[in-house]
Design a protein around this ligand. Structure first.
Ligand SMILES: Nc1nc2c(ncn2[C@@H]2O[C@H](COP(=O)(O)OP(=O)(O)OP(=O)(O)O)[C@@H](O)[C@H]2O)c(=O)[nH]1
Ligand SMILES: [Zn+2]
Length: 329
């Protein structure tokens, strides 16, 4: 049996970072905090879920000052405030991130450009396509690369398989896109082939869907969630000062297990900028390399190479990390 936190995607990596955070607190302070996952985001507040259930919380002043913006899927630290809703005091390092540059072309200083995280800690991304005029193997290859760079695992899904008696040609094309990738042919509308996708959602796996408009992402989401959600659930509530607030919940628990993020920004893969990915996990690992200026190529005692060899980090993600580091030098 999974604990409530594990069912939300909690694991040893987050536990380690959380313990490190606790280490800097007094025992009195430690007693006031719990880990929570961000399930919805709004202008002034975020929706979180932890062992105690779901709640809307405010950001601590220190987080605002540091311009830390919790993203959907983030693991964060909630602190009791004594009365009323809690507040978020810390965001744990992200394992995977999808981000895009914002503010770069709004006519103001280029330095004002910053990264907006679209989603954090996604484990598996379904790249959805259809056996029709939308099918484009080259575009699918770019999707696969973008997903690998984020640190998540891409899975190919041919939806609307019911459109043809025989989809063999499409499946062959998809196999060529990623010979090692898991591949599923489904019909979301007919509910066919969904067992294979449900099998991906064991434990606390977090899934997201991408693909062009009209390939059936909403239909697939509804099928996986068994119509169990008020889709694009706007959560209206009243904060500690009696103000009305709205957060948009986009991380859902799937009835049979696992979690699903359905986020408009994530759908719009056209705006993804792989040069702007964050590498919190790799930067943290690099602090354990024997040499401070390790390039993570052939140095002995390289913690990053060790993680790649252990299969914890995809090679493509390390390559993207090194390319970004070269640009900075
Ligand atoms: N034949 C067939 N049609 C499907 C299937 N799944 C979805 N559709 C239809 O395809 C159309 C688009 O489906 P959506 O789920 O809205 O697609 P989407 O990817 O969410 O589109 P956006 O919201 O624009 O990104 C709808 O008319 C669905 O009924 C399927 O398995 N077979
Ligand atoms: Zn190294």
């Amino acid at each position: 049996m999974l604990t409530e936190l594990e069912a939300l995607g909690w694991g040893t990596d987050f536990e380690r970072d959380y313990q490190a955070y606790l280490g800097a607190l007094t025992p009195e302070e430690q007693a006031l905090v719990q880990p929570v996952r961000v399930t919805g985001t709004g202008r002034q507040s975020v929706q979180v879920r932890g062992a105690q259930g779901e709640e809307e919380v405010q950001l601590a002043g220190a987080l605002r000052q540091a311009q830390v913006t919790p993203a959907i899927g983030d693991w964060a630290v909630r602190q009791d405030t004594g009365a009323g809703p809690g507040r978020l005091v810390h965001v744990l390092p992200r394992r995977t991130t999808f981000s895009r540059a914002v503010g770069a072309d709004d006519g103001r200083r280029a330095q004002a450009a910053r990264q907006q995280i679209i989603a954090a800690n996604v484990d598996v991304v379904l790249i959805v396509t259809t056996p029709d005029a939308d099918f484009d193997a080259e575009r699918l290859t770019r999707y696969v690369q973008a997903v690998e760079v984020s640190g998540a695992r891409p899975v190919l899904v041919l939806n609307k398989a019911d459109l043809h008696a025989d989809v063999t040609w499409y499946l062959e094309q998809l196999r060529a896109v990623g010979p090692d990738l898991e591949l599923h042919a489904v019909s979301a509308a007919a509910g066919a082939g969904l067992e294979g996708l449900r099998a991906l959602l064991t434990g606390g796996v977090t899934l997201a869907l991408i693909g062009s408009s009209g390939v059936g992402k909403s239909t697939l989401t509804n099928a996986l969630l068994e119509g169990d959600v008020a889709l694009t659930g706007a959560v209206r509530s009243t904060d500690g000062q009696g103000r009305h607030t709205t957060t948009t919940r986009t991380l859902y628990r799937v009835p049979g297990g696992g979690l699903l993020i359905d986020n408009p920004g994530l759908r719009d893969i056209a705006v993804w900028d792989s040069a702007s990915v964050h590498f919190d996990d790799l930067e943290e690992l690099a602090t354990q390399c024997r040499f401070r200026k390790c390039t993570h190529t052939t140095e002995p005692g390289c913690a990053v190479q060790a993680a790649v060899r252990a299969g914890e980090i995809p090679t493509s993600r390390l390559a993207a990390f090194q390319a970004q580091a070269r640009k900075r030098r």
